[in-house]
Ligand binder design. Structure first.
Ligand code: ZN
Length: 375
């Protein structure tokens, strides 16, 4: 090899040696944003009632709210635009419910509140004032409200309020925890929108501490399930790996174990024998992608569902351009890439029939999915 060519080759190898570790390097926590237009409320429980805090145009606004019988009303300041009623969250004793004629499902909101509102309004899940208008039907949100986008706070309060309004109308809203909920709560902030690190700085807490057990949404998150069974449809964020069937068989115990470990340090939950597989980055119910990456063939998926006596499993986490059907409809992927802030879809399950709802309000059959690998 001529010297010049050899040195070119050496340069390439050297570049590779430098580049590969750089590309493989762990993502870092972003620096806080310079400025926060509007964020809040963050509502904390105090000895006298509640305290609500906002960041409005870089200024902290605080309001003390004395306890009242039915719940504390928080009027809007900036951020979430509607009045809220905060009340002690109820932890349901079970996340297994009988079949219901009408279910709407969505997932992976990732701070895209405006798009969520548009999508829910287009299908009359909410009215023009963002109030529940689905009557006795059920809305399932399959995790990942946190991270990436700029309106996480607003999205949580919308879901929190819709849950109250739905319950009052004889319907239901179920929020199922995703891996980004567990990440933020155990202080893995690599995907947090920089705006929230600035908010946290101004409010004098760490970002996870804005969702600690003394905060209303923090407490609400600590009482949500990771797995939800409605009739013979299982909803969860990632998926059930073949070695984790027992976690579904003991569904309520699994949820209890997750709830007890949300907010504990990352190293601890990943190391402790009873929680390690609940937080495993590849196989756990909040991280698994094996239905979409070739790990599981259709006959294996069929066998898994048959073992669990399920008709279908509905999951988020693995992003698709559309709500999509996999393995002959046994698996339905509902992360429709809302995180990009451009488009989004809903899944409808009505008397056992599935369809998807588009952003323009139309309804179409499910597309057969193609493999996808991001969350
Ligand atoms: Zn996810």
């Amino acid at each position: 090899m001529p010297l010049r060519a050899r040195s070119a080759a050496a340069r390439l190898i050297l570049a590779g040696l430098v580049l590969v570790p750089l590309l493989a390097a762990a993502r870092e926590v972003p620096a806080p944003a310079e400025h926060v237009d509007a964020d809040g409320p963050y509502v904390f429980m105090t000895s006298k009632g509640h305290q609500a805090q906002w960041v409005c145009n870089d200024h902290v606004v605080e309001r003390d709210l004395p306890a009242r019988g039915a719940g504390t009303v928080v009027l809007p300041e900036c951020g979430y635009p509607h009045p809220l009623t905060v009340a002690a969250p109820q932890r349901a004793s079970t996340a297994q419910y009988p079949a219901t004629p009408r279910i709407v499902a969505v997932s992976d909101i990732h701070g895209q509140y405006g798009l969520l509102v548009k999508l829910l309004r287009a299908h009359h899940v909410i009215d023009d004032d963002d109030h529940w208008s689905l009557g006795t039907a059920t809305l399932v949100v399959a995790g990942d409200v946190f991270d990436r986008g700029p309106q996480v706070t607003e999205a949580f309060w919308l879901l929190y309020s819709l849950q109250q309004q739905a319950a009052a109308a004889g319907g239901a809203v179920h929020f199922v925890l995703g891996n980004h909920e567990t990440m933020v709560l155990y202080d893995d902030l690599r995907y947090v929108n920089p705006k929230y690190l600035k908010s946290a700085q101004l409010l004098g807490r760490s970002y996870p501490a804005l969702y600690s057990a003394d905060s209303v949404i923090g407490q609400w998150l600590r009482t949500r399930p990771v797995m939800l069974l409605i009739g013979d449809t299982l909803f969860l964020h990632g998926g059930i790996a073949p070695q984790n069937l027992d976690l579904v068989r003991g569904l309520d115990a699994t949820n209890t174990l997750y709830q007890a470990s949300v907010g504990l340090p990352k190293d601890q939950v990943k190391a402790a024998p009873d929680t390690a597989r609940l937080f495993d980055g590849k196989t756990s119910p909040i991280w698994f992608r094996g239905y979409f990456d070739g790990q599981m063939a259709t006959d294996q998926v069929d066998a898994l569902l048959k073992d669990l006596e399920l008709k279908r499993i509905v999951v988020g986490h693995t992003s698709m351009p559309h709500v999509s059907s996999f393995h002959g409809g046994r698996i339905i992927a509902i992360d429709s890439s809302i995180k990009n802030g451009e488009n989004g879809e809903l899944l409808f399950i009505e008397d056992g029939a599935v369809s998807r709802g588009l952003l323009d309000g139309s309804r179409v059959p499910l597309a057969e999915g193609k493999m996808g690998l991001e969350d």
